[in-house]
Design a protein around this ligand. Structure first.
Ligand code: NAD
Length: 736
C-alpha cells in the first residue's frame, strides 16, 4: 500500500498526511480540498505530493482513500468517490458519527460495499484547518473502526495498518454502539459547552462574567471554541442518539433544579458524591489505561533473569468479594462502618453507587478508605432510577437477594456483557421465598424486583455450586419470616456467612448447609479488607522458586474456602509460615512469610482444585521448577476463564522449554527440579491477567529474558502489580 488519497485537508486529513510523511517516506500522497488555497498550502508544506482539483482526479490510482470532510459533505463526496475509484482501492473515512456515514454510502451503492471501512479517530482538538495539522495527533489515541459483516477483512486490515502506522491503537465497534457512546461522551459535552457559553453571552453583563470567570469555566467551556460548522453537522448526523442524551441530561438538570429550590441538601450531596465517585473511577480507569485510552497502558512485560532472591514485605490489593460485602452489610447495619484496604475496582464501585442511589451516605473511596453510614436493616430508600451495575455479576446477584426483601420496587441493569449472564439461577430460588422477580425471557438482565412481598423462609438445595446464589438467598433470608437455609452441592466461598457473623448477625452452619433466621439486626464494625490470596499467589510462587528469597505478604485473607494454593504449595514442599493469624469482620487473616525451598511434583488432590482454581496458571510455573511430575485433574473450568488457561499455559511453557502436556481437564508437567531454568522467549498472555502475571514469575527463573505480550488487563485485576513486583526485586520492564 503506497498510494494514499486524502479528501479534505483540514485538521484531521492534513494531520494524517503529516503523520504518514513522518513515518513512511516512500508513500505518495495525493490531496484534494475544497479551496485552492488549502491545496496549495498543503503542497507547499510537503504534506502532499500532488494536488488535484476534483474528487474524481484525486482518487484515480489510489490504493487507499481517506475522506476527512465535514459530515454534511459526505454524501456528495461519496458519490464522486464511488464513480471514480479504482476497483481494488479501499475507502475509509474519519467522520465523527458512523450511522449517518453508512446510511449515506448505502444510499449510493445500494448496500454497504465490501471495500468501505468506516472509521473514527478519537483524537482532535478545538482547532481546525490545515494550520492545525500535527504529525503526532494520533499517537497513542484510539481509532474506532465500525466494519459491517459485508466488509472485506483485507480492507479492514489495510485501514488498521494505516492508523497503526500513525501510532494509533485500533479497535472495532458496532455502528450503533459507536454512535450511542460518542453521543454521550463527546457530542453531548460539546453541546453543553456551546450552550453554557451562549446562555452567558446573552447576558448584558457578559463581559463582566467572562472577565471574572474562574478556571472551572475555562475548563468546562474549552470545547466551545470548536468549529461550529462541524458541530452543527455532527448534531444533525447523530440526531437520534443526541436527543436521547439531551433528554437524559435535561431530566437530571430538572431534578437538580428542584433539589436546589427545595433546599434538599442531602439530595444534592448524594448527586455530587455519585458524580465525584464516577469521575474518580473514570480517571483511574483512564490512568490505568483501560477503556478509552487502552493504548496508554503497558501491554508488554519483559522480565530478565533474577540474580538474587525476592525480598521484602508487601501488602497486595484487597479482596474483591469482601470489598463488595463490606459495602452491602455496612449499608444495612446500624452505625458507621469504616473500611480500609477497599479494592477500588470498577465492580466494587458499582456496588457503592447502587447503595448511594438507595439513600446511603458513603464517603470515599479515598486511598482504600470508605466510610458507610449504615441506614439499618430497613432503611434503604427507593432508587429514583434503575440500579446500573456495570459489569459486576456479584453486585447484581447479591443485590437481588437484598432487594427481594424491600418494600419498594427496583430494576437492576448492567453493561452489555453483564446483560448476557444468567440470572435465573438467583431469581428462581428467591421466588421460592415468595419474592416476585422477573428477568428477560432468556433469563438475563434486567432483573425487575417488585418489592413489598412478605418473604417466608424455606430450604433450598442448590443445583449449582455458587457462592453468589447462596449469598443472595441468605441475604433475602434476613427479611424472611422464619428460617432460610441453603445446602450447596460442593463447598463455595463463604464470605457472606462469615461477614454476617462479623456484623453480629447469627448464622447457623452445619456441614454443607447454612441458615439464617430473619429479623435480627446488623451492627456496624471496622473492616480492614484482607489482601486477595489470588493476587498473593504470584508472589508465593515467585519466592518459592527463586533461590535466596525471603518475602512477607502481610494481611492476607486465609478463608478456608480460598487457601487451596497454600495447601498445594505446602504439599509441594514450599516453606510458607502462617504468622499472626487473626480475624477481621469474621474473616481469617494472617501474614505469610515465604522462603525459597526446593519443590517436588505432586498429584494435586482433586478436592483442592476448586479451592485454587484461579491460581493454577502460577501453580503450573511452580510445577515446572519442581522435581518430578505434577498431575492436575478436574480443572476443566480453566478452559472457560478469560482465556483457555490450560492451552495458554501449555503453549507458553512449551515455548519456554518446559515439559508439559495439556489434558481435557488439566495438565501433566514434568518438572526440571531446582536446577531448571526456562529458556528465553516470547509468550502470549491473550490479555488474560493471570496468565500475564504467571509468565512474569517464570521470567525470574529464565536463562536470559522472557517477553510477555497481551498484559493490558493486569492493572484492572491487580492495581500496582508492576510496582509491587519491582519493589520485591522483579527485574520487570513494561512497554506499550
Ligand atoms: P476541518 O474543518 O479542519 O477540515 C475540513 C476540511 O475539509 C477543510 O479543509 C475543508 O476545506 C474541506 N472540505 C469541506 N468540504 C469539502 C468537500 N466537499 N470536498 C473536499 N474538501 C472539503 O475539519 P476536521 O476537524 O479536519 O474534520 C474533518 C472530519 O473529521 C469531520 O467529519 C469530523 O467530524 C471528523 N473528526 C473531527 C475531529 C476533530 O476533533 N476535529 C475528530 C475526529 C473526527
Amino acid at each position: 500500500m503506497k498510494k494514499l488519497a486524502v479528501i479534505g485537508l483540514g485538521l484531521i486529513g492534513a494531520s494524517c498526511c503529516a503523520a504518514v510523511k513522518k513515518r513512511a517516506r516512500d508513500w505518495k500522497i495525493s490531496g484534494y480540498s475544497r479551496t485552492e488555497v488549502t491545496r496549495q498550502q498543503a503542497l507547499a508544506r510537503g504534506l502532499i505530493d500532488h494536488s488535484f482539483d476534483s474528487v474524481a482526479d484525486v482518487v484515480r490510482g489510489a490504493d487507499l482513500i481517506l475522506i476527512a470532510v465535514p459530515m454534511g459533505q459526505f454524501l456528495s463526496v461519496f458519490r464522486d468517490v464511488e464513480s471514480a475509484r479504482d476497483p481494488n482501492s479501499v475507502v475509509t473515512d474519519a467522520g465523527s458519527t458512523k450511522g449517518s456515514v453508512v446510511r449515506d454510502i448505502a444510499s449510493i451503492c445500494g448496500s454497504i460495499p465490501s471495500w468501505f471501512v468506516p472509521g473514527h479517530p478519537i483524537a482532535g482538538s478545538e482547532q481546525s484547518g490545515l494550520d492545525a495539522a500535527n504529525p503526532d495527533l494520533y499517537v497513542d489515541h484510539q481509532v474506532i473502526l465500525t466494519p459491517d459483516i459485508t466488509t472485506a477483512p483485507d480492507a479492514v486490515r489495510v485501514v488498521s495498518s494505516f492508523w497503526e502506522l500513525q501510532g494509533s491503537v485500533v479497535s472495532q465497534m458496532d455502528v450503533k454502539c459507536h454512535d450511542e457512546v460518542l453521543a454521550l461522551t463527546s457530542h453531548l459535552p460539546h453541546i453543553l459547552a456551546f450552550n453554557l457559553v451562549h446562555a452567558l453571552s446573552d447576558d448584558d453583563q457578559h463581559m463582566e462574567i467572562f472577565r471574572y470567570a474562574a478556571g472551572g469555566f475555562r475548563d468546562f467551556t474549552r470545547i466551545a471554541a470548536s468549529e461550529p460548522e462541524m458541530w452543527r453537522d455532527i448534531s444533525l448526523a447523530n440526531q437520534e442518539e443526541i436527543l436521547k442524551g439531551i433528554d437524559r441530561f435535561a431530566g437530571r438538570l430538572k431534578q437538580m433544579r428542584d433539589a436546589v429550590a427545595l433546599g434538599d441538601g442531602a439530595w444534592i450531596l448524594r448527586s455530587f458524591q455519585r458524580a465525584r465517585a464516577a469521575r474518580t473511577l473514570f480517571s483511574s480507569l483512564t490512568d490505568r489505561g483501560t477503556h478509552l485510552v487502552m493504548h496508554s497502558h503497558p501491554s508488554v512485560f519483559t522480565i530478565t533473569k533474577m540474580r538474587q532472591g525476592i525480598k521484602g514485605e508487601i501488602r497486595v490489593p484487597g479482596d474483591k468479594s469482601i470489598s463488595h460485602r463490606s459495602i452491602m452489610l455496612g449499608a444495612l447495619a446500624d452505625g458507621v462502618t469504616t473500611i480500609d484496604g477497599f479494592l477500588e475496582g470498577e465492580d466494587a464501585i458499582a456496588t457503592v453507587q447502587a447503595f448511594r442511589d438507595m439513600g446511603v451516605q458513603i464517603d470515599g473511596p479515598h486511598e482504600g478508605r470508605v466510610t458507610v453510614h449504615g441506614v439499618g436493616r430497613d432503611g434503604l430508600k427507593p432508587p429514583s432510577t434503575d440500579l446500573y451495575l456495570g459489569n459486576s455479576g456479584t453486585s447484581m446477584r447479591l443485590l437481588s437477594g437484598i432487594l427481594a426483601g424491600q418494600s419498594f420496587a427496583s430494576k437492576l441493569t448492567g453493561d452489555t456483557s453483564l446483560s448476557r449472564r444468567p440470572m435465573r439461577r438467583v431469581s428462581d430460588p428467591l421466588t421460592g421465598l415468595g419474592a416476585v422477580i422477573t428477568t428477560s425471557s432468556d433469563g438475563t438482565p434486567p432483573v425487575k424486583i417488585s418489592g413489598g412481598q412478605r418473604l417466608t423462609g424455606c430450604h433450598t438445595d442448590m443445583q449449582v455450586a455458587s457462592a453468589q446464589v447462596k449469598s443472595a438467598l441468605l441475604l433475602a433470608g434476613l427479611y424472611a419470616e422464619g428460617e432460610t437455609s441453603v445446602t450447596e452441592p460442593a463447598p463455595t466461598r463463604d464470605h457472606t456467612e462469615r461477614m454476617l457473623q462479623g456484623f453480629g448477625y447469627p448464622v447457623k452452619r452445619e456441614g454443607s448447609t447454612a441458615s439464617v433466621i430473619g429479623g435480627s439486626r446488623l451492627t456496624a464494625c471496622h473492616i480492614d479488607v484482607p489482601s486477595d490470596i489470588s493476587s498473593a499467589a504470584f508472589f508465593l510462587v515467585a519466592a518459592s522458586i527463586v533461590p535466596g528469597s525471603d518475602l512477607t505478604l502481610s494481611h492476607v485473607g486465609i478463608n478456608p474456602t480460598r487457601v487451596g494454593v497454600l495447601e498445594i504449595l505446602k504439599l509441594m514442599g514450599a516453606d510458607i509460615e502462617v504468622a499472626n493469624a487473626r480475624e477481621i469482620g469474621g474473616e481469617p487473616v494472617a501474614d505469610l512469610r515465604v522462603r525459597y525451598a526446593p519443590l517436588r511434583g505432586i498429584d494435586v488432590p482433586r478436592a483442592m482444585v476448586p479451592l485454587a482454581i484461579d491460581e493454577f496458571p502460577v501453580l503450573f510455573i511452580a510445577a515446572c521448577c519442581a522435581a518430578g511430575e505434577t498431575l492436575v485433574t478436574g480443572a476443566e473450568e480453566l478452559r472457560v476463564k478469560e482465556s483457555d488457561r490450560i492451552q495458554s499455559m501449555v503453549d507458553g511453557l512449551k515455548a519456554l522449554g518446559a515439559s508439559i502436556e495439556g489434558t481435557p481437564d488439566g495438565a501433566v508437567i514434568r518438572g526440571g527440579g531446582p536446577q531448571f531454568r526456562f529458556e528465553s522467549g516470547t509468550v502470549e498472555a491473550y490479555e488474560d491477567h493471570r496468565i500475564a502475571m504467571a509468565f512474569s514469575v517464570a521470567g525470574l527463573l529464565c536463562q536470559g529474558r522472557v517477553v510477555v505480550n497481551g498484559c493490558v488487563n493486569v492493572a484492572t485485576s491487580f492495581p500496582n502489580f508492576v510496582g509491587l513486583a519491582r519493589a520485591t526485586g522483579f527485574p520487570l520492564t513494561v512497554s506499550l
